[in-house]
Ligand binder design. Structure first.
Ligand code: CIR
Length: 260
């Protein structure tokens, strides 16, 4: 169960966020704010306390707080984003993490390692880490070393196509895994109840489990039905403005339980 959530309000500069899909157009700030409000309301419905951080205009992608840290039940790991323009977002996250984790339970990914939280998927005590354009081999190595020091385990999944690991694969607890694209053939995911994302709804592979409810992006009816068929209560939130810059539901929050 997660008790706490951290989010950061989108900045007006969100229209300059990094994107692989410029054809979708630029995010509209007012709509992004409305969708962020709805996202916070959904998280509160899941029984979480939500800490809302103020927007950082100098970082267009800073609302995607998931990439700045990985918060486990035993340790907080501050990332080192592979995207240059996002690297210093972590500086603005550390003081907040210190409100929730004691200093001796905070670790840091160091240069030349890079790591983004979107590449990390938690399955109980085990953490899959995607080696991607954003998370390099050294970042993976440091990450797993830290995990092991705190009683967790980790393993590397090599990405060929997607931005982050959780762009295409997400764990919904109870052995249930939403899987799409390049992850459908990965050996390490065969032991889960795999739910293949239907063609045309790829974006909705990025759903989040929050305390037995699952938040699904609005506008993907097949995925919604699939998740409902697993027995979960589904809440939908429109994330159209975030999708324009490759952001999804998981990217917009850090979900954890405070150690303080
Ligand atoms: C980026 O390219 O870094 C942002 N535009 C999107 C980040 C998405 N984050 C995530 O999947 N965890």
């Amino acid at each position: 169960m997660f008790k706490n959530i951290i989010v950061r309000r989108p900045a007006k500069s969100i229209c300059d966020g990094i994107t692989s899909a410029p054809e979708l157009g630029k995010p509209i700030y007012e709509k992004a704010i409305q969708q962020h409000d709805d996202y916070i309301a959904a998280l509160k419905k899941c029984g979480c306390e939500v800490k809302v951080l103020e927007a950082l205009e100098e970082f267009p992608d800073s609302c995607f707080v998931e990439d700045t840290a990985v918060l486990t039940p035993n340790v907080a790991i501050i990332s080192r984003p592979g995207a240059e323009s996002r690297r210093n977002e972590t500086e603005y996250m550390i003081p907040t993490i210190k409100e929730f984790y004691p200093e001796d339970k905070i670790e840091y990914i160091k240069a030349p390692g890079t790591m983004e939280g979107g590449d990390v998927m938690m399955v109980g005590n085990h953490f899959y880490i995607g080696k991607s354009d954003r998370t390099n081999e050294e970042g993976c190595r440091q990450f797993i070393e830290i995990l092991e020091k705190y009683g967790h385990t980790g393993s590397i999944v090599t990405l060929e196509e997607m931005l982050h690991l959780k762009t295409g694969v997400n764990y919904l607890e109870n052995n249930n895994l939403l899987v799409s694209g390049e992850f459908l053939t990965k050996e390490e995911f065969k032991k889960y109840n795999q739910y293949e994302i239907p063609v045309g709804e790829d974006y909705a592979a990025n759903c989040i489990w929050v305390n037995d409810k699952v938040i699904v992006p609005e506008g993907y009816p097949k995925v919604k039905e699939m998740v409902e068929s697993m027995g979960y209560e589904v809440i939908t939130v429109d994330t159209s403005e975030y999708r324009k810059i490759d952001g999804g539901l998981s990217c917009l929050s850090l979900r954890f339980s405070s150690l303080k």
